[in-house]
Ligand binder design. Structure first.
Ligand code: SAH
Length: 347
């Protein structure tokens, strides 16, 4: 049976028209689901009994459950269990400009980035649209405050689950629903070029972030296997087209890995690579993990790297650190849970 949170407003309109009902019923339903946030059809008190019975027999409602929360002052990290017992995670961050949630798009990930915990646990499956929507709804219920921003930077490669991602954006962006402004939604990709080009034709002004992490092909091939398929020159060329088409600035994420990509020469090479592209670079202190040998760069190294970018007239910021204490980097909670499970097994 289909889950109700899989449907866009126009899908629901079609459903009601097919049933011989009025189109506007879809708006009423959207408001119950996303404004009043009820968790059962029976609570939808302005719908006729027959409509509710139909909905109950045609759709399931919630499926995603919070199984663990780690809380710090400005960051809450959620572990979810899905219907098939698979686990994904999402992180809520409280900023001065609002509350943002980082959601997952896949169970595991196949991109194989060497520094990333998510890729250590291979992709099991794509998330359904409703499983992405429900991460937001469950967190909003738990946290009790409105989520104003969404970043698609959790476990998984969003462009490897493109259709569900676009559906998700359409649902959360709709004015009758969560009404998340498209400028408040950011999708991060490791650089799947055909999807970047497709994304540029969407009718939404969603932000695009690209995980770069290296400024030459030799290094990027080593740490991000996707680079062997879409090398830097092809990626940058696609991003130029993206900027031309959308008139929007691209964000690059660049994790600083000690002794790997953080030298003065790397910074100069990076500045050269992005010259002429409307972009800014987010420098990210690496969240170290037990299983991966990479180390974070020293503070002075990060500052020097930043200065060189600035001197070369590149827009750059150093990301404020969230949640390194509670292993909030992508994939870390899920992998910790599996470890806990392993420990229980050997108990
Ligand atoms: N697959 C997408 C989105 C998920 S990863 C992508 O590659 O962009 C989200 C971001 O977190 C990426 O930039 C990723 O490289 C980064 N990341 C992964 N592990 C990290 C870690 N341990 N510390 C800091 N950033 C990390």
């Amino acid at each position: 049976m289909q889950n109700i949170y899989d449907l866009t407003l126009s899908n629901l309109e079609e459903y009601f028209v097919r049933k011989g009902d009025k189109k506007f019923r879809a708006v009423q339903l959207f408001e119950w689901l996303y404004r009043k946030k009820v968790s059962s059809f029976t609570e939808m008190s302005n719908l006729k009994k027959e409509v509710i019975i139909d909905l109950q027999s045609d759709f399931t409602i919630s499926s995603v459950k919070i199984v663990k929360v780690e809380r710090d002052i400005d960051v809450h990290k959620y572990l979810f269990s899905l219907n098939d017992k698979e686990k994904v995670e999402a992180v809520l961050m409280n900023h001065d400009y609002g509350n943002s949630v980082c959601i997952s798009t896949q169970v595991g990930c196949n991109m194989g980035c060497k520094f990333c915990e998510s890729g250590r646990l291979k992709k099991v499956r794509n998330l359904e649209t409703h499983e992405m929507v429900e991460q937001l709804l469950a967190i909003e219920r738990d946290y009790g405050k409105r989520i104003s921003h969404v970043v698609v930077m959790g476990i998984g490669e969003p462009f490897d689950n493109y259709d569900h991602l676009v559906h998700f954006i359409e649902i959360i962006n709709n004015d009758h629903g969560l009404a998340l402004g498209s400028r408040h939604i950011t999708v991060s990709t490791c650089g799947i070029v055909p999807k970047i080009l497709e994304f540029s034709t969407l009718p939404y002004q969603v932000n695009l972030a690209v995980s770069l992490h290296a400024s030459n092909n030799e290094l990027r091939n080593k740490i991000m296997p996707i680079n062997k398929v879409y090398p830097l020159e092809v990626l940058i060329d696609a991003l130029k087209k993206y900027v031309e088409k959308t008139n929007r600035r691209v964000t690059f994420e660049y994790i600083l890995l000690s002794g790997v990509n953080d030298t003065v020469e790397d910074a100069r090479c990076l500045a050269h690579l992005v010259r002429g592209l409307n972009c800014y670079i987010n420098l990210i202190p690496y969240n170290e993990t037990n299983h991966i040998e990479f180390k974070r760069s020293k503070k002075e190294t990060i500052l020097l790297f930043y200065d060189i970018l600035k001197k070369n007239k590149v827009n750059a910021t150093i990301r404020r650190e969230f949640g390194s204490k509670i292993s909030a980097a992508c994939g870390q909670l899920r992998s910790k849970k599996e470890e806990d499970d392993e420990i229980i097994l050997y108990d």
